[in-house]
Design a binder for this molecule. Structure first.
Ligand SMILES: NC(=O)c1ccc[n+]([C@@H]2O[C@H](COP(=O)([O-])OP(=O)(O)OC[C@H]3O[C@@H](n4cnc5c(N)ncnc54)[C@H](OP(=O)(O)O)[C@@H]3O)[C@@H](O)[C@H]2O)c1
Ligand SMILES: [Zn+2]
Ligand SMILES: [Zn+2]
Length: 358
């Protein structure tokens, strides 16, 4: 068992695009915990928000990364895995397990939850560090067995992006013929297309321009709407039952126009997590005259994640990825390219053994 983990992350938020290596002393291995030697980690849009200070600057150094796959290297006496198991970890690594929300199985809404990064362990006050690192230690209830048929690099993005895309579809009860729109075709948006198609939905991809049209259709989308098309909001009105908004900025997406795409009793669900000071302007008249509702959704509970992995394995859901070996230079490149929207559609960091050794 290691007493020091190596990681790559933000040393100074003002210079966030120059990530550097650092070492940190991990949280003690508690009775329920597992220690995982990391093999792959997806780069979620949230990594960028966290690293660039969109969500504040709680501590540095900060290693982000919460789409982790690796092998268990140490276990506490009550952990639910054994050394050698291949497991995955998403955006949450602990919860209180005693509040009303946890008791109901909504651990992802626990107010005392610990994020895989940007979290704090209550008992020790230690900050959590994510998956751009040699190892990670988490409560084993927030680690998940990876189905044998799934490749580590392809399954990594599902652990945050996949469940975030899938959970609103579970809540709505998407089934054959449900008309699902996905606004923002990035990492999560493209996974949402794959899951919605697997559930039999009629899928509309919605993007700021027509650059992603061919790719979205090749992923299975039935229709494509470009929001720079004049009159798109009236031309395609009433065409959706459920609209999942994954676009990482409000300012660049015409939210009130996009709402016009919902048929009566339709729902728009935000999964986007923009800078904490961002406000959303909505017109109540638009909502009431159309009987539409607007909500939000955050990742999924451990049970939801297990179900999502089952659905993904059964339907052979494979995100479109670009792999990069982990090192300071490649993390920088990935972050720069993501900021420009230059990735189809998820970066996955690999080559951990090469960089961190054994
Ligand atoms: N709720 C949750 O539990 C949860 C979990 C994970 C992530 N998130 C959040 O979900 C959002 C999407 O994450 P992601 O991993 O899919 O990110 P991503 O790969 O960067 O995709 C974001 C998409 O947003 C659209 N967009 C709109 N305005 C933009 C702008 N100014 N700059 C760049 N893109 C813009 C783009 O789609 P088009 O080019 O098609 O318009 C882009 O592909 C992020 O805010 C992330 O923090 C939430
Ligand atoms: Zn994420
Ligand atoms: Zn709780």
């Amino acid at each position: 068992m290691s007493t020091s983990f190596r990681a790559i992350g933000v040393i100074d938020y003002k210079d966030w695009l120059n990530p550097k290596e650092f070492s940190y002393e991990p949280q003690d291995l508690r009775d329920n915990d597992v220690e995982i030697k990391i093999e792959a980690c997806g780069i979620c849009g949230s990594d960028i928000h966290a690293a660039n200070g969109d969500w504040g600057e709680p501590y540095a150094p900060l290693a982000v990364g919460h789409e982790i796959v690796g092998t268990v290297t140490a276990v506490g006496p009550n952990a639910r895995f054994k050394v050698g198991d291949r497991v995955g970890v998403g955006a949450q690594c602990d919860s209180c397990k005693s509040c009303k929300r946890c008791e109901k199985g909504n651990e992802n809404n626990c107010k005392k939850q610990v994020g895989t990064y940007m979290g704090k362990y209550e008992a020790t006050g230690k900050p959590s560090q994510g998956g751009y690192a040699s190892h990670v230690r988490v409560n084993s209830e927030f680690a998940f067995k990876i189905p044998e048929s799934m490749d580590s690099n392809f399954v990594a993005p599902l652990l945050c992006g996949g469940i975030t895309a899938f959970r609103p579809m579970m809540t709505y009860g998407v089934k054959k013929g449900t008309k699902v729109g996905i606004n923002g075709i990035g990492g999560i948006g493209h996974m949402a297309i794959l899951f919605a198609k697997a559930l039999g939905a009629e899928v509309t991809a919605i993007s700021r321009n027509d650059k992603k049209k061919e790719l979205a259709l090749s992923l299975g989308a039935d229709h494509y709407i470009s929001t720079d098309e004049e009159d798109f909001a009236t031309k395609y009105e009433d065409s959706l039952d459920l609209l999942i908004n994954t676009a990482s900025s409000f300012s660049e997406t015409a939210i009130d126009s996009v709402l016009n795409l919902l048929a009566p009793y339709g729902q728009m669900i935000f999964i986007t997590a923009p800078p904490i000071t961002d406000k959303l302007t909505l017109t109540p008249f638009q909502m009431l005259f159309n009987n539409i509702s607007v909500g939000g959704s955050v990742i999924g509970s451990p049970k939801d994640i297990e179900y999502m992995l089952e659905v993904a394995a059964k339907n052979d859901i494979k995100p479109m990825i670009e792999t990069l070996d982990i090192n300071e230079e490649n993390v920088k490149t990935a972050w720069e390219r993501m900021t420009k929207g230059d990735v189809k559609f998820r970066f996955v960091l690999t080559g951990y053994d090469k960089y961190f050794g054994n």
